[in-house]
Design a protein around this ligand. Structure first.
Ligand SMILES: *[C@@H]1O[C@H](CO)[C@@H](O)[C@H](O)[C@H]1NC(C)=O
Ligand SMILES: *[C@@H]1O[C@H](CO)[C@@H](O)[C@H](O)[C@H]1NC(C)=O
Ligand SMILES: *[C@@H]1O[C@H](CO)[C@@H](O)[C@H](O)[C@H]1NC(C)=O
Ligand SMILES: *[C@@H]1O[C@H](CO)[C@@H](O)[C@H](O)[C@H]1NC(C)=O
Length: 545
C-alpha cells in the first residue's frame, strides 16, 4: 500500500455517503470505571466507523493505550482521522481510586452517605481539569453530547456552552432521578431501586422501595436533585470563578433528549418506558474476540469434559483484595473439584505471602479476558459479583453462574438471575465451605440451570435489531431531529406530587370530606327540625287537653 492515507480517506467518504451525514459528537465520561468504559468504547468506535467525528473524553483508555501526543496538558490519542480521545492524568488517577472493597457489603448505607462528598470531589476535579477548560473555551461545534448517566453531570455545562441537546447513556439499571429527568414512570410498585429487592414486593418492601427511591438510597431522587445538583452548582461557581452559570438541573431539564439504559427486559426487571427511553443492554457483546495467550489456551483446552470455572469479582473489586478467610475458603473448595479454575488475581506476590497452597487445578491471572473465557466450549460455571456486564456476558454465552453481590445494582442483578433459575445467589456473610461447594455441585450436576440458561440466552438474543444498531439509530435520530422535542413528556414540567396526581387526589379528598360534612350537618338539621316539630305537636296536644 503506497497511499494508506488516501485509501482511508476514500473509505471514510464512502462511509459518510452510505450512512448519511457525518456529525460532530462529543462523548463525555471523564469519571468512569471499566464497567462504564466497556460500554462506551465499542459505541464510540462504532460511531467513528460510521463516519462521525467523535471526541471522547474517557480516561480509562489511557490505561490501555500509550498516549501518543500532548496538546498543552491535555493528552490526545488520535486513532483515526475522525476519532479523538481526550484524557488527562489527573482524572486517570482519580478513576483508579474508587475506594470500594469487599467490606462495603457490610453497609450499603456507608456508600450512600459517601456519595454527595464523592460527587463533589469528582466535580471539583473535572472543573480543574485542563481538558474541561480547553473544551469550555474552544470554538468547536458539536451536534450532540452523549453523557455517562452516573456522576458526570458536572460536565453538562458544556451542553450549554455548545448549545446542543444531550443523551444520557446509563451503564446500569436506571436510577429514579434519571427516570424522573426524562419523564418516564418510576413504577415503584414493581421496579426495584438499584439497591432494592426484587419486582414481587409485599407491602413493607414496596414502602421501603418508595422511601429509598424518593428520599434516600442510591436512588434518592430528592437528595440527588435538591441536594447533590445544587452542591455541584456551588462547586462550579467557586472553582470556575463565575457567578452567572446556569444551574445543572436547568440545563438537564431543557436539553435532555433521550435516556439509553444498558438493560433489557429479557434479563433485567421490567420497566415501563416512555418513548424517550431506549434499552440498549448488551451493546458491547458480539464483537470480535481477542486471541488468548497460548498457555491459557492449553490450560482451558486441557480441562476436558469436566470443564473449567471462571472466578472474577469485576474490575473494581480486586481478587487480591478478598479477605483472607474467604480466600482460604475458596481455595479449599476448589481443591476438592475435578474442574479447573481460572481466577482473576491481580497481584501474584500477594498469593505468595499467604500460608495456603494454590491447588494445581487453579490458575490465577491478573487480567481476565472474560468474554473470551466465557465463550470457550469448556466453560461450565462463572463465579462473580453479579455486575451487569458480567451478567450480560455470561447469559450471552450461556454459562450458568453463582453470584456473590457486594454493592450497587449487584444485589438486584443477582436476585433476578436466581429468580430466573439460571444462577444461585449467595451471601458473603453466610458463606461457608459447604454452602459454596453445594452451590457449585448444584450448578454442575443439575441440568435445570444449564437448560434455563439456554432459554434466557435465547430470549436475550431474540431481538428485532441488535442493541448496538439500536443505539446508533437513536443517537442519529436525536441529531437528525435536533433534540427530538416531540419525545419530550409534558409531565417533565410537573413536580413529583403532581406527576403522581397527589394534588388531584387532594381535591377529591377535600370534595368528599366536604360532601360528608354537608350531609352530616343536613342530617343534624333535619333531626333537629323533626324534634322541634314533635315538640310543637306535643305542646299543641297539651293545650288541647
Ligand atoms: C485505538 O488504538 C488502540 C491502540 O492501537 C486500540 O487498542 C484501541 O482499541 C483503539 N480504539 C478504538 C476506539 O479504535
Ligand atoms: C499544566 O499543568 C501545570 C501543573 O500540572 C499547570 O501549572 C499549568 O498551568 C497547566 N497548563 C495548562 C495550559 O493548563
Ligand atoms: C410521562 O411522565 C409520567 C410521569 O413520569 C409518566 O407516568 C407517563 O407514563 C409518561 N408518559 C409517557 C408517554 O412517557
Ligand atoms: C503486590 O503485593 C505486594 C505485597 O503485598 C506489594 O508489596 C506490592 O506493592 C503489590 N504490587 C502491586 C503492583 O500492587
Amino acid at each position: 500500500m503506497f497511499f494508506p492515507g488516501i485509501a482511508e480517506c476514500i473509505l471514510l467518504v464512502l462511509t459518510i455517503i452510505c450512512s448519511g451525514a457525518a456529525h460532530n459528537i462529543l462523548v463525555l465520561t471523564p469519571i468512569t470505571t471499566p464497567s462504564h468504559s466497556n460500554v462506551f468504547e465499542p459505541l464510540v468506535a462504532q460511531l467513528a466507523d460510521r463516519g462521525h467525528f467523535v471526541t471522547y473524553t474517557g480516561t480509562d483508555y489511557c490505561h490501555q493505550t500509550n498516549p501518543t501526543n500532548r496538546v498543552g496538558n491535555q493528552t490526545t490519542i488520535a486513532n483515526s482521522s475522525n476519532l479523538r480521545l481526550l484524557t488527562s492524568p489527573n482524572l486517570v488517577r482519580l478513576n483508579s481510586q474508587h475506594e470500594i472493597d469487599f467490606n462495603d457489603r457490610d453497609s450499603p448505607f456507608r456508600l450512600l452517605f459517601r456519595m454527595p462528598g464523592t460527587l463533589e470531589k469528582y466535580c471539583k476535579a473535572i472543573y480543574e481539569d485542563p481538558v474541561f477548560h480547553w473544551l469550555m473555551n474552544s470554538k468547536e461545534r458539536y451536534d450532540l453530547i452523549i453523557l455517562d448517566g452516573f456522576s458526570n453531570d458536572c460536565t453538562l455545562l458544556l451542553a450549554e456552552v455548545f448549545d446542543v441537546p444531550f443523551i444520557y447513556l446509563n451503564c446500569f439499571p436506571p436510577t429514579p432521578w434519571l427516570l424522573y429527568a426524562i419523564g418516564s414512570p418510576l413504577a415503584m410498585d414493581h421496579f426495584p431501586n438499584p439497591s432494592g429487592t426484587r419486582d414481587k414486593m409485599d407491602l413493607w418492601q414496596r414502602t421501603f422501595n418508595v422511601v429509598t427511591q424518593v428520599v434516600t438510597g442510591l436512588g434518592g431522587l430528592f437528595i440527588y436533585n435538591w441536594h447533590i445538583l445544587p452542591t455541584i452548582d456551588r462547586v462550579a461557581s467557586r472553582v470556575l470563578g463565575k457567578h452567572n452559570l446556569t444551574p445543572i438541573l436547568d440545563i438537564q431539564s431543557r436539553r435532555l433528549s433521550l435516556l439509553m439504559t444498558n438493560t433489557h427486559f429479557s434479563i433485567n426487571f421490567q420497566l415501563p418506558t416512555s418513548p424517550a427511553v431506549v434499552e440498549v443492554g448488551g451493546l458491547h457483546l458480539g464483537g470480535k474476540l481477542k486471541r488468548l495467550p497460548k498457555d491459557l489456551v492449553s490450560f482451558l483446552d486441557g480441562s476436558g469434559d469436566a470443564g473449567f470455572i471462571i472466578v472474577s469479582f469485576g474490575s473494581m473489586l480486586r481478587g487480591d483484595g478478598l479477605p483472607k478467610d474467604f480466600r482460604r475458603l475458596f481455595l479449599s473448595v476448589f481443591a476438592r473439584l475435578p474442574q479447573r479454575v481460572v481466577w482473576k488475581w491481580e497481584n501474584q506476590s500477594k498469593l505468595g505471602e499467604s500460608e495456603e497452597l494454590i491447588p494445581s487445578n487453579v490458575k490465577t491471572i491478573s487480567w481476565l479476558p472474560q468474554k473470551e473465557l466465557l465463550s470457550h466450549r469448556n466453560a461450565r460455571l462463572f463465579i462473580s459479583h453479579g455486575g451487569l456486564l458480567s451478567k450480560q456476558e455470561t447469559i450471552f454465552n450461556g454459562v450458568p453462574a453463582i453470584f456473590l453481590p457486594v454493592w450497587a445494582d449487584q444485589p438486584i442483578n443477582a436476585q433476578k438471575a436466581e429468580d430466573d433459575g439460571y444462577a444461585i445467589r449467595l451471601c458473603w456473610d453466610e458463606l461457608t465451605e459447604e454452602i459454596l461447594y453445594n452451590a457449585i455441585q448444584a450448578i454442575l450436576t443439575n441440568p435445570r440451570y444449564a437448560k434455563r440458561m439456554q432459554q434466557v440466552s435465547a430470549l436475550m438474543q431474540d431481538q428485532i435489531d441488535k442493541p448496538m444498531g439500536r443505539a446508533i439509530y437513536w443517537i442519529e435520530y436525536v441529531i437528525r431531529h435536533q433534540g427530538a422535542p416531540h419525545l419530550r413528556n409534558a409531565s417533565r414540567d410537573l413536580m413529583l406530587p403532581q406527576r403522581a396526581l397527589l394534588d388531584v387526589m387532594c381535591i377529591f379528598f377535600i370534595f368528599t370530606f366536604s360532601m360528608i360534612y354537608v350531609i352530616y350537618r343536613l342530617c343534624l338539621f333535619c333531626s333537629a327540625l323533626y324534634r322541634w316539630k314533635d315538640m310543637m305537636i306535643g305542646l299543641l296536644h297539651k293545650k288541647d287537653d
